[in-house]
Design a protein around this ligand. Sequence first.
Ligand SMILES: [Zn+2]
Length: 58
Amino acid sequence: MSNYRKWYCNCRGKPLELSPVETADDEPVEAICQRCGASPSSDPKHSISYKDIENWDD
Ligand SMILES: [Zn+2]
């Protein structure tokens, strides 16, 4: 079993699931909102939220 985190952005009034985006080669993959550009590490409007998902398939 493993856990993973789903990220959401509420900039449009309802949670929009973010998909992880590959950044530079050495940087970790981060979820970024395609609409407002917010990400978990850069969230000036506090529109980012997350949900931890348990994956029982492992
Ligand atoms: Zn957004």
